[in-house]
Design a protein around this ligand. Structure first.
Ligand code: EPU
Length: 439
């Protein structure tokens, strides 16, 4: 079944949109549930293909899953694990599943997890993950495409990360929960998803301090000190930033609900500098609007709390029609400008030189056939199509389904003219306020 998004651009988005649970948090919480010999319940679980894959990974290890999509909750019974192997077939579908390495190693002192390899946006090595586990006492072998970690004893250690890697910080945190003694991670990632993982672990009885700063200390606890919990995932800051961008790009006005504005400070600051209006309505809602042409800005993507790489493509869409010239420097990934060729086909004026993109603002973009090459580039092309003149079709939308729950339905609730169709099928609008085809 080949699905595509059909979009008629040019309608200002208006209304309210509610943000779901954070993909990049819940995936790690699901892995962390492996640590407890008991039943964990996670709420605010978004319906995403990445979540489905992560659940399959832990099912393969012996965990029992009850995923209630209506309630947006998942119950994980990890009382008994039957395998320590996460296979290539699953890990290759989603590299975030590599985080089961730390959890399995911690619980079983043994883990065999397929090497995730690179992906469309960059090489994405796992050397820091491996060095971290080695420091905790793991003997690591890389054999037949698998990382095999074993230890008789896991011992706390001092670990310095060359780059504040999100995944390495998480894998080391998980691996250190049941270690003997304390582990100190220096130059740790500070993302809100790291804090969420630490809160989850502490709620289940672990002793993790300093998450959200560059130094995290994990005091090892005994297995029997961990207990089952119920936990609610934080809102997805990247999803929130995406709808903020879509509203601003279409010169609309809308309210984003169930968001933690503090998680988006850097992005909000840049949007304000460009001339958008952003108002805090209450601790979990913001109002976003834009009437006039924006002004161009320059920015560099950086680890949190810097400008998030996952919103770089969104900001680029805004710069395509802003007043002046904007320069983006992508400092995290080698290949994260995948949206550029299609934006230029829409009439943008973007020159790419290695990890720099120079964007000269044009008056308008126009719709065409577009291809989602990865999650964030794909979502940015949808937003570009919403603001462009005329019709667009976005192909390969399975990339977008990895990280955006009900994307087209939420955009339609904001008045966007967008629908998902199976190739060869007749227009078939799903739920939304607009109940007839726009074509
Ligand atoms: N890196 C290494 N060696 C390592 C680990 C990382 O060289 O051992 C490099 C990577 O190659 C990359 C940089 O360090 O250039 C940062 O990678 P990091 O480990 O921080 O990223 P990640 O954990 O693989 C998570 C998110 C990404 C997000 C980044 C940065 C998840 C599942 N993924 O990836 O999200 O871009 O942090 O914030 O949490 C997305 O949602 O679209 C996405 C790609």
């Amino acid at each position: 079944m080949v699905e595509k998004l059909y979009i008629k651009g040019g309608t200002p988005l208006k209304g309210e949109v509610s943000i779901g649970g954070a993909k990049n948090s819940v995936l790690k919480l699901i892995a962390a549930a492996l640590l407890v010999k008991g039943v964990t319940k996670i709420y605010n679980v978004p319906q995403l293909t990445d979540v489905d894959i992560m659940l399959q990974v832990i099912e393969q290890l012996g965990a029992k899953i009850d995923y209630n999509k209506e309630e947006k909750s998942v119950v994980i019974d990890a009382t008994t694990l039957t395998s320590v192997t996460a296979t290539y077939e699953l890990v290759s579908k989603m590299r975030a599943s590599f985080v089961v390495l730390g959890a399995l190693f911690s619980r079983c002192k043994e883990a065999k997890v397929a090497m995730p390899g690179g992906c469309a946006i960059g090489e994405r090595r796992v050397d820091f993950h491996i060095k971290g586990l080695e420091a905790l006492g793991a003997k690591i072998k890389i054999e037949n495409g698998y990382v095999i970690a074993k230890a008789n004893k896991i011992t706390g250690a001092e670990i310095y990360l060359d780059i504040p890697s999100v995944g390495a910080t998480e894998n080391i945190m998980l691996a250190a929960v049941l270690a003997e003694g304390s582990t100190r991670i220096q130059n740790a990632a500070q993302e809100p998803e790291i804090v969420d993982l630490a809160n989850f672990l502490n709620t289940m009885g672990a002793d993790v301090n300093g998450a959200g700063t560059s130094e995290i200390i994990i005091n090892g606890v005994k297995q029997n000190q961990l207990h089952p919990i119920e936990y609610t995932t934080i809102p997805d800051r990247i999803e929130a930033g995406t709808y903020m961008t879509a509203i601003i790009a279409t010169r609309g006005k809308g309210i984003i609900k169930n968001v933690y504005p503090a998680h988006l400070t850097f992005y909000t600051d840049k949007l304000l500098k460009m001339g958008a209006n952003i108002k805090l309505l209450d601790p979990t809602s913001i109002e976003v609007s834009c009437k006039n042409r924006l002004n161009s800005i320059n920015f560099i993507t950086q680890p949190y709390p810097g400008f998030p790489t996952d919103l770089q493509s969104m900001a680029m869409v805004l710069l395509t029609t802003s007043n002046g010239v904007g320069i983006i420097t992508e400092s995290l990934y080698e290949n994260r400008f995948m949206q550029v060729p299609d934006l230029n086909r829409m009439g943008a004026d973007i020159h790419q030189d290695r990890n720099h993109a120079i964007i000269k603002g044009v008056k308008k973009l126009s719709g065409t056939t577009l291809t989602a090459s990865d999650l964030r580039a794909g979502a940015a092309l949808v937003v570009a199509a919403m603001m462009a003149d005329g019709d667009s079709v976005v192909e390969k939308i399975h990339h977008i389904d990895r990280g955006y729950e009900n994307f087209e339905n939420k955009l339609r609730l904001l008045g966007g003219k967008i629908e998902r169709r199976n190739e060869d099928s007749q227009p078939n609008l799903t739920e939304g306020t607009h109940n007839e085809s726009y074509l």
